[in-house]
Design a protein around this ligand. Structure first.
Ligand code: XIL
Length: 575
């Protein structure tokens, strides 16, 4: 009986019997054709925004999807592991709200060899640049010989089914969520059914589409429809929100009490575009933001001749709508490099060329819209004064890669303030001495370097005390004396296993001791935390789908922690 309904519905919606369609359509109206929506209304999702999906181009025939091969390389200590695919998600596109039993149908017209996928996300993944924690999703895909169904259930379980299948030139993939399970159809045939572990329990579906590298297809239709009386399907067309700053929130307090100082934080595209409370707290409290991962090389430049700007664009547009400045992060780093950069046998001259092109393209795209850039990230050995020598940049150019990159960035946007960003340089030590000498050498040569970012990722436990504010003040002064701006660029205070109300008070005092210092010293251009809520934090352990970090200003429920209030007080105290 259900299968019967499914077949009938599938036929109607896919137009296979379109000639007989007139009568059917009137009993099953497309949303666009009907002002009145009842339970039977179906929706053409391609009528919504697909122009902000990386790798996609909206054409007259539909949405053309090209393979970008965007992936997350494993961290240095697991370099032999395979990369993790990180396909684009249409975060600014339609959001489907579903209830009960429903149908989704995608039409893929391949250009050449088939190799295309459509993903329905019930919960979005948490994406970092070293790992990705999947949410809940169903992916339907086609290769030349197979239909592939992949299910992510949100607690790290992954299921993949493959069915022998020869796709038509225009292949129709369909998924029906019926009575506790999924029925999968391809080109009109039922291929199988699979238990549904609650993939769409959030009641909302976000879409993604991607192709294998070197392949492309046009998504010509993407249809959603309810299947039974009592089921419901509707579409939301999201917009980038505009939020009034909180008059007693951090940014307004800083604007009136310490106008030299931007109050910043790192931002991720997925929560920004999917979690209203995240966007709200962000715009209420901060007037500068740093894309946490969206502008890193592997995220923004996944293939030699392809960029993926969508996430970075969304962050920059959100900032503009909400009168926030953007600090770009990061152009030249030894990490987060796609395999095509690290594994191709380029000549030194080619590496230099590709770096120049990368900088010109990325900085050029946001010219006049990005206040400052981390041009050089973490150039020094982890705990020693010498430069790191392992990156393709150093190998091709030696120390000169630093001056070269700063000059190229300056050329691409002469108004942007250019930084070197480093960790473990907060106090006077061998490493910060090395950073100081590097900065001085660059300035002596007239290289456009304007500032230093001190990351300030701190640990605070019984055993481990974070860098003392006075020690930081003393060290930072010598950089200021060189004529440089300074910024606290990535502050978080990790309590590890020792989170408790008392430790949160200590954490709060520590945060405010650093902000006080920055408020007092006009050479500080920004005080920026590395995220603002423990709900989405790089301090979370990647293997813990249910876990959270504890180093930031808002808790996982988005409630302000003592640290938030302490920062407000530090601003208010300042005249
Ligand atoms: C971190 C991100 O927060 C994580 O999401 C990612 O997995 C790894 O990188 N120094 C930097 C940042 O300059 O880019 C790093 O960000 C944290 C350390």
């Amino acid at each position: 009986m259900l299968l019967d309904t499914l077949r009938r519905l599938s036929l109607r919606l896919t137009g296979v019997i379109a000639i007989a369609g007139a009568g059917l359509l009137s009993s099953f109206p497309l949303a666009a054709e009907s002002a009145k929506t009842d339970w039977r209304t179906s929706h053409e999702l391609l009528e919504y925004d697909w122009s902000h999906l990386a790798g996609a181009e909206v054409t007259a025939a539909g949405v053309r999807i090209e393979g970008l091969g965007r992936a997350i390389i494993p961290p240095a200590d697991a370099a032999d592991e395979p990369v993790t695919p990180n396909p684009p998600i249409n975060l600014r596109g339609p959001i489907l709200q579903v209830k009960g039993e429903f149908y989704l149908g995608a039409h893929l017209r391949f250009e050449g060899e088939p190799g295309g996928y459509v993903t329905f996300y019930g919960d979005l993944p948490l994406v970092q640049d070293e790992w990705r924690q999947d949410g809940k999703s169903v992916t339907l895909g086609v290769t030349d010989q197979q239909l592939i169904v992949e299910i992510q259930n949100g607690i790290g379980d992954y299921r993949r089914q493959e069915y022998p299948f020869s796709p038509a030139e225009e292949t129709i993939l369909e998924l029906a969520r019926v009575a506790g399970g999924f029925v999968i159809m391809a080109d009109g045939d039922v291929m199988g059914d699979i238990d549904d572990p609650g993939i769409f329990s959030s009641g909302e579906i976000v879409f993604g589409a991607h192709a294998d590298v070197g392949r492309a297809f046009v998504l010509t239709r993407l249809i959603a429809a309810p299947m039974m009386p009592g089921s419901r399907v509707s579409v939301i067309d999201p917009e980038l929100p505009i939020v009034e700053p909180d008059p007693v929130g951090l940014r307004r307090l800083a604007e009136s009490h310490a106008p030299h100082l931007a109050i910043g934080t790192a931002v991720s595209a997925i929560p920004l575009l999917s979690d209203a409370s995240y966007a709200r707290i962000l715009a209420q409290n901060f007037n500068m933001l740093t894309p946490e991962n969206a502008m890193k090389f592997q995220a923004i430049h996944p293939r030699p001749d392809r960029y993926a700007f969508a996430d970075a664009d969304a962050i920059v547009e959100f900032a503009e709508r909400n009168n926030m400045a953007v600090h770009g992060h990061t152009l030249v780093w030894g990490e987060a490099l796609p395999r095509w950069v690290t594994e191709t046998a380029f000549t030194d001259a080619q590496v230099q060329r590709l770096l120049a092109d990368h900088i010109a393209t990325v900085v050029g795209r946001y010219k006049g819209r990005i206040a400052s850039w981390d041009v050089i990230n973490e150039p020094l050995q982890p705990f020693a004064p010498e430069l790191r020598t392992g990156s393709p940049w150093y190998r091709a150019m030696g120390e000169d890669y630093i001056a070269f990159a700063l000059r190229e960035a300056h050329r691409a946007d002469p108004a942007a303030r250019l930084y070197i960003n480093e960790f473990a340089c907060e106090e006077r030590n061998a490493k910060s001495d090395g950073l100081y000498r590097l900065a001085r050498r660059l300035l002596e040569r007239g290289v456009p370097l304007h500032g230093i970012g001190f990351q300030m990722h701190e640990d605070m436990t019984e055993e481990y005390q974070p860098v003392n504010a006075e020690a930081f003040r003393d060290n930072v002064q010598r950089f200021i004396d060189l004529g440089l701006e300074v910024r606290i660029s990535e502050m978080d205070v990790n309590l590890h296993e020792e989170d408790s109300p008392e430790r949160q008070v200590a954490q709060a005092e520590y945060y405010s001791s650093l902000l006080e210092l920055a408020v007092d010293q006009p050479a500080f251009s920004a005080f920026s935390t590395w995220g603002f809520t423990d709900r989405y934090s790089s301090l979370q352990d990647w293997w813990e789908p249910e876990g959270f970090g504890n180093g930031l200003l808002f808790d996982p429920q988005m409630r302000p922690k003592p640290a938030y209030d302490a920062l407000r007080q530090a601003l208010v105290r300042h005249r």
